[in-house]
Design a binder for this molecule. Sequence first.
Ligand code: FAD
Length: 389
Amino acid sequence: EATTVVVVGAGVAGLTVANLLHRNGIGCVVLERHSRARVERRQRAGVLDFAAEQVYLRSGLGDRLLSGAPRSGLLEFRVDGVPRLFDADLHTDGRAGRLIPQQLLVRRLVSTLLDNGGEVRFSAADVALHDVDGARPHVTYRDPDGVAHRLDADYVAGCDGFHGVSRARIPPEVLTTYRHSDDVGWFTVLADSPPPRHPLLAINRHGFAAHFGRGPGASRFYLQCPPGDDLGSWTDERVWRQLRLRLADDGLPDGPIVDKAVVDARSFVVDPMSHGRLFLVGDAAHIVPPMGGKGMNLAIADADVLARALTAAVRDGDDGRLREYSPTCLRRVWNDQEFSRWMTEMVFHGADETTAGPFRRQLARSRIDRLFTSSAAARAFAELMAGTA
Ligand code: FAD
Protein backbone atom coordinates (compact mmCIF):
# COMPACT_ATOMS: atom_id res chain seq x y z
CA GLU A 1 0.00 0.00 0.00
CA ALA A 2 1.26 3.50 -0.78
CA THR A 3 0.44 7.13 -0.03
CA THR A 4 2.24 10.46 -0.39
CA VAL A 5 2.66 11.35 3.28
CA VAL A 6 2.42 9.13 6.35
CA VAL A 7 1.57 11.16 9.44
CA VAL A 8 2.52 9.46 12.70
CA GLY A 9 0.32 10.63 15.59
CA ALA A 10 -3.18 12.11 15.74
CA GLY A 11 -2.58 14.96 18.18
CA VAL A 12 -3.03 18.60 17.24
CA ALA A 13 0.16 18.52 15.16
CA GLY A 14 -0.63 15.41 13.09
CA LEU A 15 -4.28 16.25 12.59
CA THR A 16 -3.44 19.79 11.48
CA VAL A 17 -0.83 18.54 8.99
CA ALA A 18 -3.34 16.00 7.64
CA ASN A 19 -6.21 18.49 7.33
CA LEU A 20 -4.02 21.06 5.57
CA LEU A 21 -2.57 18.47 3.18
CA HIS A 22 -6.01 17.12 2.47
CA ARG A 23 -7.25 20.62 1.58
CA ASN A 24 -4.40 20.84 -0.91
CA GLY A 25 -5.28 17.51 -2.48
CA ILE A 26 -2.23 15.67 -1.16
CA GLY A 27 -2.74 12.07 -0.11
CA CYS A 28 -1.89 11.14 3.44
CA VAL A 29 -2.68 8.53 6.06
CA VAL A 30 -2.56 9.21 9.81
CA LEU A 31 -1.41 6.39 12.10
CA GLU A 32 -2.35 6.78 15.77
CA ARG A 33 -1.39 4.48 18.61
CA HIS A 34 -4.46 5.12 20.77
CA SER A 35 -8.18 4.71 20.15
CA ARG A 36 -10.26 7.60 18.83
CA ALA A 37 -12.10 7.88 22.15
CA ARG A 38 -8.85 8.21 24.08
CA VAL A 39 -7.37 10.80 21.73
CA GLU A 40 -10.55 12.86 21.88
CA ARG A 41 -10.66 12.83 25.70
CA ARG A 42 -7.17 14.16 26.45
CA GLN A 43 -7.55 17.55 28.08
CA ARG A 44 -4.46 19.76 27.98
CA ALA A 45 -4.20 23.27 26.49
CA GLY A 46 -6.96 25.83 26.22
CA VAL A 47 -5.77 28.93 24.36
CA LEU A 48 -5.23 29.17 20.64
CA ASP A 49 -2.97 32.13 19.96
CA PHE A 50 -3.69 34.57 17.16
CA ALA A 51 -0.99 33.14 14.87
CA ALA A 52 -2.43 29.63 15.21
CA GLU A 53 -5.95 30.90 14.62
CA GLN A 54 -4.75 32.44 11.35
CA VAL A 55 -3.48 29.04 10.18
CA TYR A 56 -7.02 27.65 10.34
CA LEU A 57 -8.68 30.79 8.95
CA ARG A 58 -6.30 30.98 5.96
CA SER A 59 -6.98 27.38 5.04
CA GLY A 60 -10.77 27.76 5.22
CA LEU A 61 -11.06 25.49 8.27
CA GLY A 62 -11.77 28.28 10.76
CA ASP A 63 -15.58 28.16 10.76
CA ARG A 64 -15.71 24.46 11.35
CA LEU A 65 -12.92 24.25 13.93
CA LEU A 66 -13.39 27.43 15.93
CA SER A 67 -17.13 28.10 16.00
CA GLY A 68 -18.25 29.33 19.40
CA ALA A 69 -14.66 29.76 20.69
CA PRO A 70 -14.60 33.15 22.44
CA ARG A 71 -11.78 35.68 22.19
CA SER A 72 -9.42 35.84 25.11
CA GLY A 73 -8.57 39.53 25.34
CA LEU A 74 -7.92 39.97 29.05
CA LEU A 75 -5.43 38.35 31.41
CA GLU A 76 -5.56 38.92 35.15
CA PHE A 77 -2.42 39.23 37.26
CA ARG A 78 -3.45 38.99 40.93
CA VAL A 79 -0.47 40.07 43.03
CA ASP A 80 -0.97 39.25 46.72
CA GLY A 81 -4.71 39.45 46.15
CA VAL A 82 -4.72 42.74 44.21
CA PRO A 83 -6.15 42.27 40.69
CA ARG A 84 -4.65 43.92 37.60
CA LEU A 85 -6.18 43.29 34.19
CA PHE A 86 -3.84 43.15 31.22
CA ASP A 87 -5.64 44.05 27.99
CA ALA A 88 -3.95 41.96 25.29
CA ASP A 89 -6.50 43.08 22.71
CA LEU A 90 -5.62 46.72 23.22
CA HIS A 91 -1.87 46.21 22.99
CA THR A 92 -1.97 44.12 19.81
CA ASP A 93 -4.71 45.94 17.91
CA GLY A 94 -7.18 43.11 18.37
CA ARG A 95 -4.86 40.15 17.84
CA ALA A 96 -5.97 38.32 20.98
CA GLY A 97 -6.23 34.52 20.98
CA ARG A 98 -9.32 32.27 21.25
CA LEU A 99 -10.35 30.05 24.14
CA ILE A 100 -10.82 26.46 22.99
CA PRO A 101 -10.10 23.32 25.04
CA GLN A 102 -7.52 21.19 23.24
CA GLN A 103 -9.72 18.09 23.23
CA LEU A 104 -12.54 20.00 21.53
CA LEU A 105 -10.12 21.17 18.83
CA VAL A 106 -8.85 17.60 18.42
CA ARG A 107 -12.40 16.26 18.16
CA ARG A 108 -13.22 18.80 15.47
CA LEU A 109 -9.97 18.17 13.58
CA VAL A 110 -10.75 14.43 13.52
CA SER A 111 -14.34 14.85 12.32
CA THR A 112 -13.40 17.49 9.72
CA LEU A 113 -10.69 15.25 8.29
CA LEU A 114 -12.92 12.17 8.20
CA ASP A 115 -15.90 14.05 6.74
CA ASN A 116 -13.65 15.34 3.96
CA GLY A 117 -12.58 11.82 3.09
CA GLY A 118 -9.31 11.77 5.03
CA GLU A 119 -7.99 8.70 6.78
CA VAL A 120 -6.95 8.10 10.38
CA ARG A 121 -6.04 4.58 11.48
CA PHE A 122 -6.52 4.50 15.23
CA SER A 123 -5.15 1.85 17.60
CA ALA A 124 -2.15 1.24 15.33
CA ALA A 125 0.43 -0.72 17.32
CA ASP A 126 4.21 -1.07 16.89
CA VAL A 127 4.49 1.83 14.45
CA ALA A 128 8.04 1.81 13.03
CA LEU A 129 9.71 4.10 10.48
CA HIS A 130 12.12 2.70 7.89
CA ASP A 131 14.50 4.19 5.29
CA VAL A 132 13.65 7.79 6.13
CA ASP A 133 16.99 8.87 4.68
CA GLY A 134 16.37 7.01 1.42
CA ALA A 135 14.26 7.97 -1.60
CA ARG A 136 11.25 5.91 -0.54
CA PRO A 137 10.60 5.51 3.19
CA HIS A 138 8.02 3.13 4.58
CA VAL A 139 6.17 2.73 7.84
CA THR A 140 5.05 -0.54 9.38
CA TYR A 141 2.40 -1.12 12.05
CA ARG A 142 -0.14 -3.63 13.35
CA ASP A 143 -3.87 -3.06 13.19
CA PRO A 144 -6.14 -3.83 16.20
CA ASP A 145 -6.45 -7.46 15.03
CA GLY A 146 -2.68 -7.82 15.15
CA VAL A 147 -2.29 -7.94 11.36
CA ALA A 148 0.97 -6.40 10.10
CA HIS A 149 0.83 -3.63 7.46
CA ARG A 150 3.32 -1.65 5.41
CA LEU A 151 2.74 1.83 4.01
CA ASP A 152 5.18 3.22 1.43
CA ALA A 153 5.40 6.99 1.21
CA ASP A 154 7.35 9.92 -0.20
CA TYR A 155 7.50 11.68 3.16
CA VAL A 156 6.89 10.96 6.85
CA ALA A 157 5.61 13.58 9.30
CA GLY A 158 6.64 12.58 12.84
CA CYS A 159 3.88 14.10 14.95
CA ASP A 160 3.96 11.55 17.76
CA GLY A 161 4.67 13.80 20.72
CA PHE A 162 7.54 13.76 23.18
CA HIS A 163 7.33 10.00 23.86
CA GLY A 164 6.90 8.93 20.23
CA VAL A 165 9.17 6.85 18.03
CA SER A 166 9.95 9.30 15.21
CA ARG A 167 12.62 11.43 16.88
CA ALA A 168 14.83 8.38 17.44
CA ARG A 169 15.13 7.94 13.65
CA ILE A 170 17.40 10.98 13.48
CA PRO A 171 20.93 9.66 14.04
CA PRO A 172 22.44 11.00 17.28
CA GLU A 173 25.58 12.18 15.49
CA VAL A 174 23.61 14.74 13.47
CA LEU A 175 21.31 15.79 16.30
CA THR A 176 21.85 18.47 18.93
CA THR A 177 19.56 18.12 21.93
CA TYR A 178 18.95 21.04 24.27
CA ARG A 179 17.44 20.43 27.69
CA HIS A 180 16.73 22.66 30.61
CA SER A 181 14.90 21.99 33.86
CA ASP A 182 13.75 24.52 36.41
CA ASP A 183 14.25 23.79 40.07
CA VAL A 184 10.53 24.26 40.62
CA GLY A 185 7.65 21.84 40.42
CA TRP A 186 4.27 22.22 38.81
CA PHE A 187 1.18 20.59 40.11
CA THR A 188 -1.90 20.73 37.89
CA VAL A 189 -5.53 19.96 38.62
CA LEU A 190 -8.46 19.62 36.27
CA ALA A 191 -11.82 20.19 37.96
CA ASP A 192 -15.47 20.41 37.03
CA SER A 193 -15.71 23.86 38.56
CA PRO A 194 -16.63 27.25 37.07
CA PRO A 195 -13.94 28.90 34.93
CA PRO A 196 -12.53 32.29 35.96
CA ARG A 197 -13.84 35.45 34.27
CA HIS A 198 -10.41 35.88 32.66
CA PRO A 199 -7.33 33.64 32.60
CA LEU A 200 -5.80 34.31 36.01
CA LEU A 201 -2.19 34.28 37.26
CA ALA A 202 -1.92 34.67 41.04
CA ILE A 203 1.47 35.81 42.26
CA ASN A 204 1.24 35.31 45.97
CA ARG A 205 3.68 35.01 48.85
CA HIS A 206 2.07 31.62 49.66
CA GLY A 207 3.14 30.39 46.20
CA PHE A 208 2.10 30.80 42.60
CA ALA A 209 -1.24 29.54 41.29
CA ALA A 210 -3.04 29.90 37.97
CA HIS A 211 -6.68 29.39 37.05
CA PHE A 212 -7.73 28.86 33.42
CA GLY A 213 -11.11 27.99 31.93
CA ARG A 214 -11.54 24.80 29.94
CA GLY A 215 -15.03 25.24 28.54
CA PRO A 216 -18.18 26.42 30.34
CA GLY A 217 -18.01 24.13 33.40
CA ALA A 218 -14.36 23.15 33.72
CA SER A 219 -11.16 24.66 35.07
CA ARG A 220 -7.47 23.89 34.93
CA PHE A 221 -5.39 25.03 37.88
CA TYR A 222 -1.62 25.13 38.27
CA LEU A 223 0.09 25.31 41.66
CA GLN A 224 3.76 25.80 42.27
CA CYS A 225 5.14 22.96 44.39
CA PRO A 226 8.54 21.58 45.43
CA PRO A 227 10.29 19.71 42.56
CA GLY A 228 9.42 16.01 42.51
CA ASP A 229 6.53 16.60 44.91
CA ASP A 230 4.47 13.60 45.95
CA LEU A 231 1.07 13.57 44.26
CA GLY A 232 -0.38 11.73 47.26
CA SER A 233 0.21 14.72 49.53
CA TRP A 234 -2.23 16.78 47.44
CA THR A 235 -5.58 15.72 48.90
CA ASP A 236 -8.63 17.44 47.37
CA GLU A 237 -9.09 19.34 50.59
CA ARG A 238 -5.50 20.64 50.47
CA VAL A 239 -5.88 21.60 46.79
CA TRP A 240 -8.89 23.82 47.44
CA ARG A 241 -7.41 25.30 50.60
CA GLN A 242 -4.17 26.22 48.83
CA LEU A 243 -6.04 27.59 45.82
CA ARG A 244 -8.21 29.83 47.99
CA LEU A 245 -5.13 31.07 49.80
CA ARG A 246 -3.02 31.74 46.72
CA LEU A 247 -5.84 33.13 44.59
CA ALA A 248 -6.88 35.20 47.65
CA ASP A 249 -10.46 34.13 47.04
CA ASP A 250 -12.29 32.60 50.02
CA GLY A 251 -15.38 32.10 47.85
CA LEU A 252 -13.65 30.15 45.05
CA PRO A 253 -16.29 27.56 44.09
CA ASP A 254 -14.99 24.00 44.15
CA GLY A 255 -16.16 20.98 42.16
CA PRO A 256 -15.18 17.38 41.52
CA ILE A 257 -11.48 17.05 40.72
CA VAL A 258 -11.17 14.87 37.63
CA ASP A 259 -7.39 14.81 37.19
CA LYS A 260 -4.26 15.64 39.16
CA ALA A 261 -0.72 15.51 37.85
CA VAL A 262 2.75 16.70 38.71
CA VAL A 263 4.01 18.32 35.50
CA ASP A 264 7.59 18.26 34.37
CA ALA A 265 8.85 21.83 34.02
CA ARG A 266 11.19 20.73 31.25
CA SER A 267 12.32 22.71 28.23
CA PHE A 268 13.52 20.62 25.31
CA VAL A 269 14.54 21.27 21.70
CA VAL A 270 16.15 19.13 19.02
CA ASP A 271 18.01 20.59 16.07
CA PRO A 272 17.51 19.76 13.23
CA MET A 273 13.80 18.92 13.19
CA SER A 274 14.18 16.88 10.02
CA HIS A 275 16.27 14.12 8.56
CA GLY A 276 16.03 12.90 4.98
CA ARG A 277 12.31 12.54 4.30
CA LEU A 278 11.28 12.64 7.96
CA PHE A 279 9.99 15.89 9.49
CA LEU A 280 9.31 16.26 13.21
CA VAL A 281 6.33 18.40 14.18
CA GLY A 282 5.21 19.74 17.59
CA ASP A 283 6.10 18.03 20.88
CA ALA A 284 8.12 15.39 19.02
CA ALA A 285 10.75 18.10 18.50
CA HIS A 286 10.27 20.52 21.39
CA ILE A 287 8.67 21.04 24.79
CA VAL A 288 8.09 24.44 26.36
CA PRO A 289 7.13 25.07 30.00
CA PRO A 290 3.35 25.48 30.31
CA MET A 291 3.05 29.05 31.53
CA GLY A 292 3.62 30.76 28.17
CA GLY A 293 0.71 28.71 26.72
CA LYS A 294 2.75 27.93 23.60
CA GLY A 295 3.03 24.12 23.30
CA MET A 296 -0.12 23.53 21.27
CA ASN A 297 0.40 26.71 19.29
CA LEU A 298 3.92 25.75 18.28
CA ALA A 299 2.61 22.39 17.11
CA ILE A 300 0.09 24.16 14.85
CA ALA A 301 2.73 26.60 13.56
CA ASP A 302 5.10 23.73 12.64
CA ALA A 303 2.23 21.87 10.96
CA ASP A 304 1.46 24.90 8.82
CA VAL A 305 5.10 25.32 7.72
CA LEU A 306 5.35 21.62 6.89
CA ALA A 307 2.06 21.43 4.99
CA ARG A 308 3.07 24.37 2.80
CA ALA A 309 6.52 22.94 2.18
CA LEU A 310 5.15 19.49 1.30
CA THR A 311 2.58 21.07 -1.00
CA ALA A 312 5.30 22.99 -2.86
CA ALA A 313 7.38 19.82 -3.15
CA VAL A 314 4.56 17.52 -4.29
CA ARG A 315 2.65 19.94 -6.53
CA ASP A 316 5.46 22.04 -7.97
CA GLY A 317 8.51 19.82 -7.53
CA ASP A 318 10.05 22.59 -5.41
CA ASP A 319 11.70 21.17 -2.30
CA GLY A 320 13.41 24.41 -1.24
CA ARG A 321 10.85 24.96 1.51
CA LEU A 322 11.35 21.47 2.85
CA ARG A 323 15.07 22.20 3.18
CA GLU A 324 14.15 25.35 5.12
CA TYR A 325 11.59 23.55 7.30
CA SER A 326 13.80 23.02 10.34
CA PRO A 327 15.46 26.47 10.52
CA THR A 328 12.11 28.16 9.84
CA CYS A 329 10.42 26.32 12.73
CA LEU A 330 13.35 26.59 15.11
CA ARG A 331 13.40 30.39 14.94
CA ARG A 332 9.87 30.45 16.35
CA VAL A 333 10.59 27.62 18.79
CA TRP A 334 13.51 29.49 20.39
CA ASN A 335 11.53 32.71 20.46
CA ASP A 336 8.75 30.92 22.36
CA GLN A 337 11.20 29.07 24.62
CA GLU A 338 12.59 32.42 25.66
CA PHE A 339 9.10 33.84 26.22
CA SER A 340 7.94 30.82 28.23
CA ARG A 341 11.01 30.97 30.45
CA TRP A 342 10.72 34.71 30.94
CA MET A 343 7.07 34.27 31.89
CA THR A 344 7.81 31.34 34.21
CA GLU A 345 10.49 33.28 36.04
CA MET A 346 8.27 36.30 36.34
CA VAL A 347 5.37 34.47 37.95
CA PHE A 348 7.35 31.92 39.99
CA HIS A 349 10.05 34.20 41.30
CA GLY A 350 7.48 36.90 41.96
CA ALA A 351 5.62 34.53 44.23
CA ASP A 352 8.26 32.39 45.80
CA GLU A 353 10.79 33.73 48.22
CA THR A 354 12.11 30.36 49.35
CA THR A 355 13.87 29.29 46.13
CA ALA A 356 14.30 32.60 44.33
CA GLY A 357 15.17 34.76 47.32
CA PRO A 358 13.82 38.19 48.22
CA PHE A 359 15.99 40.08 45.71
CA ARG A 360 14.77 38.13 42.65
CA ARG A 361 11.25 38.33 43.99
CA GLN A 362 11.41 42.11 43.85
CA LEU A 363 12.88 41.98 40.32
CA ALA A 364 10.08 39.70 39.14
CA ARG A 365 7.42 41.95 40.64
CA SER A 366 9.02 44.91 38.94
CA ARG A 367 8.70 43.06 35.61
CA ILE A 368 4.99 42.59 36.23
CA ASP A 369 4.60 46.22 37.22
CA ARG A 370 6.28 47.33 34.00
CA LEU A 371 3.56 45.62 31.95
CA PHE A 372 1.12 48.11 33.43
CA THR A 373 3.30 51.22 33.38
CA SER A 374 5.11 51.00 30.02
CA SER A 375 3.07 50.68 26.85
CA ALA A 376 6.20 49.48 25.00
CA ALA A 377 6.67 46.64 27.52
CA ALA A 378 2.95 45.84 27.36
CA ARG A 379 3.05 45.73 23.59
CA ALA A 380 6.08 43.45 23.50
CA PHE A 381 4.39 41.06 25.95
CA ALA A 382 1.06 41.09 24.10
CA GLU A 383 2.81 40.41 20.80
CA LEU A 384 4.51 37.34 22.24
CA MET A 385 1.16 36.15 23.56
CA ALA A 386 -0.39 36.63 20.10
CA GLY A 387 2.37 34.55 18.52
CA THR A 388 4.65 35.25 15.62
CA ALA A 389 3.17 34.84 12.17
P1 FAD B 1 0.50 15.23 21.28
O1 FAD B 1 -0.72 16.03 21.59
O2 FAD B 1 1.23 14.59 22.39
O3 FAD B 1 0.07 14.14 20.19
C1 FAD B 1 0.94 13.10 19.82
C2 FAD B 1 0.10 11.93 19.32
O4 FAD B 1 0.94 10.89 18.86
C3 FAD B 1 -0.77 11.33 20.42
O5 FAD B 1 -2.08 11.17 19.96
C4 FAD B 1 -0.09 10.00 20.72
O6 FAD B 1 -1.00 9.02 21.19
C5 FAD B 1 0.48 9.66 19.35
N1 FAD B 1 1.61 8.73 19.43
C6 FAD B 1 2.62 8.69 20.32
N2 FAD B 1 3.46 7.69 20.05
C7 FAD B 1 2.98 7.08 18.96
C8 FAD B 1 3.41 5.97 18.21
N3 FAD B 1 4.52 5.28 18.55
N4 FAD B 1 2.68 5.58 17.14
C9 FAD B 1 1.55 6.26 16.79
N5 FAD B 1 1.10 7.32 17.48
C10 FAD B 1 1.80 7.72 18.55
N6 FAD B 1 0.00 23.86 25.45
C11 FAD B 1 -0.49 25.11 25.28
O7 FAD B 1 -0.29 25.70 24.21
N7 FAD B 1 -1.22 25.72 26.28
C12 FAD B 1 -1.51 25.08 27.45
O8 FAD B 1 -2.19 25.64 28.30
C13 FAD B 1 -1.04 23.76 27.63
N8 FAD B 1 -1.34 23.07 28.75
C14 FAD B 1 -0.92 21.78 28.90
C15 FAD B 1 -1.29 21.06 30.01
C16 FAD B 1 -0.87 19.75 30.19
C17 FAD B 1 -1.28 18.99 31.41
C18 FAD B 1 -0.05 19.15 29.21
C19 FAD B 1 0.43 17.73 29.37
C20 FAD B 1 0.30 19.86 28.06
C21 FAD B 1 -0.12 21.17 27.90
N9 FAD B 1 0.21 21.91 26.76
C22 FAD B 1 -0.26 23.18 26.60
C23 FAD B 1 1.08 21.35 25.73
C24 FAD B 1 0.25 20.82 24.57
O9 FAD B 1 -0.77 19.98 25.03
C25 FAD B 1 1.18 20.06 23.62
O10 FAD B 1 2.22 20.93 23.24
C26 FAD B 1 0.43 19.56 22.38
O11 FAD B 1 -0.42 18.51 22.72
C27 FAD B 1 1.41 19.10 21.31
O12 FAD B 1 0.71 18.48 20.27
P2 FAD B 1 1.35 17.28 19.46
O13 FAD B 1 0.34 16.90 18.45
O14 FAD B 1 2.72 17.68 19.03
O15 FAD B 1 1.57 16.13 20.51
